[in-house]
Design a binder for this molecule. Structure first.
Ligand code: ADP
Ligand code: ZN
Length: 215
């Protein structure tokens, strides 16, 4: 089962991707996480990506496409995967379609997590992330058991650099301009399902499961 998650930053793609991973035992691949790991490790890729990310812009396609296509060749992807945060532009989607086509393969589902911008801005203000393992929390909706401390690894929970309110506005603009056209792209391929992201975690997970089991 090969799944793409679409939706604005903060709509919950990463959270749902983790749930699907547990339920269907396929890996979730987050390009945002890959970049953040590279920044932390101080790699060349991390150095190149950081400036774009902190400004709320997309990292250029050429830094992203090969990285993802290579990742999909790894052993753990043989039964499928969930892509969270890729593709994010039409050229990225085309690169993915082409790379898969070469192996007689293709995406099975594109899930759009739909949410109004106002709700996203509000939600992002409360989003926190573990400095050490990347687990995400929300100060109101998904608080850690102990304030400021990650349930999973004991690391510090912080506001992500690019979750600052001004940067969130910029990221939403970039989303509408560059990523939202992918909704039409996957609709035309007959792969799109829209999930109402305002319904809350449990209902969304149930709706996603219903879609994945319909085929
Ligand atoms: P969110 O989904 O909340 O926006 P991500 O962790 O997916 O957060 O992405 C954070 C940042 O990483 C993006 O704003 C962008 O700069 C960069 N990024 C992640 N994936 C891609 C991609 N496929 N193409 C270009 N930039 C990306
Ligand atoms: Zn942690």
């Amino acid at each position: 089962m090969k799944i793409i998650m679409l939706g604005a930053p903060g709509a919950g793609k990463g959270t749902y991707a983790k749930q699907i991973t547990q339920k269907y035992d396929i890996p979730a691949i987050s390009t945002g996480d890959i970049f953040r790991e590279n920044i932390k490790a101080g790699t060349e890729l991390g150095k190149k990506a950081k400036g774009y990310m902190d400004a709320g812009n997309l990292v250029p396609d050429e830094l992203v496409c090969d990285l993802v296509v290579d990742r999909l060749q790894q052993e753990d992807c043989k039964n499928g995967y969930i892509l969270d945060g890729f593709p994010r532009t039409i050229p990225q989607a085309e690169a993915l379609t082409e790379a898969l086509k070469k192996q007689d393969d293709g995406i099975d589902f594109a899930l759009e997590i739909n949410m109004a911008d106002e709700a996203i801005v509000e939600r992002m203000a409360g989003r926190r992330v573990c400095e050490k393992c990347g687990a995400t929390y929300h100060i109101v909706n998904i608080p850690p058991k102990k304030e400021g401390i990650c349930d999973e690894c004991g690391g510090n929970i912080i506001l992500r650099d690019d979750d600052a309110p001004e940067t969130v506005k910029k990221r939403l603009e970039v989303y509408h301009e560059q990523t939202a056209p992918l909704i039409e792209y996957y609709k035309n391929l007959g792969l799109l399902s829209v999930i109402d992201g305002s319904k809350g975690l449990e209902q969304c997970v149930a709706d996603i499961s219903a879609v994945l089991e319909s085929k």
